[in-house]
Ligand binder design. Sequence first.
Ligand code: ADP
Ligand code: MG
Length: 254
Amino acid sequence: MTSAPESHVTTSDSVVSVKDVQKHYGALHVLKDINLNVTKGEVVVVLGPSGSGKSTLCRAINRLETIDSGEIRVGGDLLPEEGKALATLRAEVGMVFQSFNLFANKTILENVTLGPLKVRGMKKSEADALALKLLARVGVENQKDKLPSQLSGGQQQRVAIARALAMQPKVMLFDEPTSALDPEMINEVLDTMVGLAKEGMTMIVVTHEMGFARKAADRFVFMADGQIVEEATPEEFFTNAKSERAKDFLSKLI
Ligand code: ADP
Ligand code: MG
């Protein structure tokens, strides 16, 4: 576990820096002194039982959730409270959720161009070209004129990834991106994510897909009861987990 003070120092290649973060929901202490530093190009997989605070941490990183105390920086900048500065900063964190949240009444192409047009002020021709490139990268360029409901869940989730990438984010955050998908569609989404990781994208991924985690992660962060209990390489974690909570978690994996 990297609890030494040095690990809190924000270096120039630190993309996400979470320092001494506390968060309560009423009486429930949901994030307990969280410290996490993610450097450029790093893929961090966050593991832990349900209710351990993984989603809350993800949402706090782009201010979909407030924190009680502590500090969160993206690309070295503190998260602004509100307004245009927040919209700009939020655009630097690409977020992909369990539910795809595509705009139902917009085409696939429009779903991807909306952010670049509205938040980045890109010209339509440029936004279209970028969107087509990204849709091709995730393998759904042929679907560009369809509505989300005409696509499979796996295709919709790949569009959600393209939409997040269109904002040219500094980091991609994935919160259980495949847990709502039919089994036969899980791999097409995970393969897209492995591709991104190989291209050097900085990523924070909450997932229970251990095959993906082992393949793509540089580091595992194991959470339980609102705390980061253990940090390890995948190899270390699988072969030599230190905490009882992590051993218990591993024993329940199929
Ligand atoms: P995980 O993603 O690891 O399953 P969450 O971050 O979703 O965990 O939740 C952590 C804890 O916070 C859980 O006990 C959950 O019930 C609680 N929680 C999450 N969101 C809220 C909320 N909006 N209001 C109150 N409690 C919440
Ligand atoms: Mg969750």
